[in-house]
Design a protein around this ligand. Structure first.
Ligand code: NAP
Length: 243
């Protein structure tokens, strides 16, 4: 049975990714940082449906915690086949000049260094067996840029640059690295938006609806599947045609 580790799987997109892989018969390692109850609830749901899941606490921005987590996952499930780097924060919206250096570092700590920490720790296992997949969750704002989300956009652009370069470096080792760039997805990350703001966003989406976490989960599963074995270094945009 294959194993997937999903960071930030306690809610939103990560939760949907965990449920999708579980439904497809994978062993699921559910990473969380603060939302322990939510992570345990997802594992319970998966197990009640006959699947295998375990929650692992780690702040992805802390390399030691990540290394411990990866070792625990390997001990619990016998290995890792796919890493989905999904944990991310937006913190706030506002003009670039309203963001302090600390704000910017807090965003990069999770979105960029968190992703790198998990990739670094997982690669050690992937290289030994000459196989593995890394799927990094970026954003359409990392592709096109967003006003009032400049730091977040920059962090998500870094995710894309990192993934493209790492894909080339790891291809000879049989490891594929790809990105997903979701558009507007209905999760807690967008819960602060008013109904009017959501309606305005929806008008800009050619497919006429806001994305669901399941839309992203299906794409992540595709990139982990045999159907995507010749795909690496790519950015799969999941945005209803928005950009
Ligand atoms: P969300 O509902 O706010 O969930 C964020 C997840 O990240 C939570 O499970 C949280 O875990 C985890 N997390 C945050 N900091 C962490 C840390 N230091 N260590 C480990 N986990 C951490 O957000 P979402 O909308 O599902 O977003 C998931 C990913 O998709 C993010 O990378 C986001 O940038 C990206 N994305 C989202 C959208 C969108 O419209 N929603 C669009 C494009 C891209 P805890 O609660 O346990 O701390």
């Amino acid at each position: 049975m294959k194993t997937v580790l999903i960071t930030g799987a306690s809610k939103g997109i990560g939760r949907a990714v965990a449920l999708k892989f579980a439904k497809e018969g994978w062993q699921v390692a559910v990473n969380y940082n603060q939302s322990a109850d939510a992570a345990q609830a997802i594992c319970k749901e998966i197990i009640e449906h006959g699947g295998t899941a375990k929650a692992f606490c780690a702040d992805v921005s802390n390399y030691d915690a990540v290394e411990n987590m990866i070792e625990e996952v390997v001990r619990a499930f016998g290995g890792i086949d796919v890493l989905v780097n999904n944990a991310g924060v937006a913190l706030k919206q506002g003009l670039f000049t309203d963001f302090s250096d600390l704000d910017a570092r807090s965003i990069f700590d999770v979105n960029v260094f968190g992703m790198m920490n998990c990739a670094r720790a997982a690669i050690l296992h992937f290289v030994n067996k000459k196989s593995g997949r890394i799927i990094n969750v970026s954003s359409i704002w990392g592709v096109s840029g967003a006003s009032c989300e400049v730091i977040y956009s920059a962090s998500k652009a870094a995710v894309i640059g990192f993934s493209k370069a790492l894909a080339k470096e790891l291809a000879p080792s049989g490891i594929c690295v790809n990105c997903i760039a979701p558009g507007f997805i209905e999760t807690d990350m967008n819960a602060h938006l008013t109904a009017e703001e959501v309606a305005a966003f929806t008008e800009d989406i050619p497919l006429g609806r806001i994305g669901r976490a399941e839309d992203v989960a299906d794409s992540a599963y595709f990139l982990a599947s045999d159907a995507a074995q010749y795909i690496t270094g790519q950015v799969l945009v999941v945005d209803g045609g928005m950009i």
